[in-house]
Design a protein around this ligand. Structure first.
Ligand SMILES: C[S@@+](CC[C@H](N)C(=O)[O-])C[C@H]1O[C@@H](n2cnc3c(N)ncnc32)[C@H](O)[C@@H]1O
Length: 279
């Protein structure tokens, strides 16, 4: 039984690092005219009303995106998409685009989206909002098992976002197994995996597995607060692990994340951008 609903968390600090990284990757992919595929293994419900009861109840967007909309370190392609999504340059945005909406925002003629979601209600929302998008396939299925089954995609160039809620402890190992199997079938794909940084760090074992996997060119970028200041059930930050990142993504993330980490998570927060495995 899945109980996680992204509406309570949309626009929080984890979404900010995840979605700004996506925007930078899509911006880099736009440098070539060749079409790309975007595969979203855990899509959620497309977009989120930041004035909804769910969003107001947790207030996470107020501690997240709404805190940094006017921060100079926020990468321009991410801020621009938030403005365009809201049809305004007002930084007080009300509608927050999730990962499928970001994929759609950067979709050009010939680019293809593959959106997977397991939860019945979220899949209904996804179908209602995305079924009219061009070149978009929606799969009501388990994204861990779906990813290796559909790669290499058509077109062959592309980005995968894997964004599990890690509600179930086995998600950590499933994320590793799924990406490892998909990479073997599609070694040129870009694979981006979001993970929580926890006090009892379950993500570390997953990262260790990737480090030992034989896969090359794995970048990781994390923001986290001092564990002493934890108020959020052990989640002290979050990170993105990116296999085959575009040229200079490491520098772009190193430029923006230190200042954003402090703005989002407090003065003691730090960013850590490093190659888990190099060339
Ligand atoms: C963190 S949310 C996704 C948020 C979305 N990627 C975004 O950035 O806007 C995780 C989603 O994964 C869904 N989910 C959980 N387990 C899944 C699985 N095994 N396969 C596909 N979707 C799953 C949940 O229902 C939830 O909607």
């Amino acid at each position: 039984m899945l109980s996680y609903r992204h509406a309570y968390h949309a626009g929080n600090h984890a979404d900010v690092i995840k979605h700004l990284t996506m925007a930078l990757i899509f911006q880099a992919m736009h440098k070539k005219a060749k079409p790309f595929a975007y595969i979203d293994t855990h899509s959620g419900g497309v977009d989120y009303d930041l004035l909804s009861d769910e969003a107001v109840k947790t207030g996470e967007a107020y501690q997240g995106i709404l805190r940094v909309m006017d921060h100079p370190a926020l990468p321009a392609p991410y801020r621009d998409l938030l403005h365009q999504y809201n049809g305004s340059t007002d930084n007080n945005i009300a509608l927050y685009p999730g990962s499928p909406a970001i994929g759609h925002h950067f979709q050009r003629d010939g680019d293809k989206l593959y959106l997977m979601e397991l939860h019945n209600n979220e899949t209904s929302t996804l179908k209602r909002k995305a079924s009219r998008w061009a070149d978009t396939a929606i799969h009501h299925r388990d994204g861990f098992e779906g990813l290796p089954a559909i790669v290499p995609p058509e077109p062959r160039r592309g980005l995968v976002l894997m964004d599990p809620s890690y509600e179930i402890k086995t998600d950590y190992n499933k994320a590793y197994q799924s990406i490892n199997a998909a990479y073997k079938r599609w070694p040129t794909g870009i694979f981006a995996l979001w993970y929580p940084v926890l006090i009892a760090d379950k993500s570390q074992m997953m990262l260790d597995s990737f480090e030992r996997s034989g896969i090359r060119r794995i970048l990781m970028a994390e923001i986290s607060r001092d564990a002493q200041e934890d108020e959020s059930f052990g989640m002290i930050g979050s990170g993105m692990m990116i296999i085959n990142p575009p040229y200079q993504l490491d520098e772009q993330l190193s430029d923006c994340l230190p200042a954003l980490a402090k703005a989002l998570l407090g003065d003691t927060a730090v960013a850590n951008v490093r190659w888990l495995v190099g060339e």
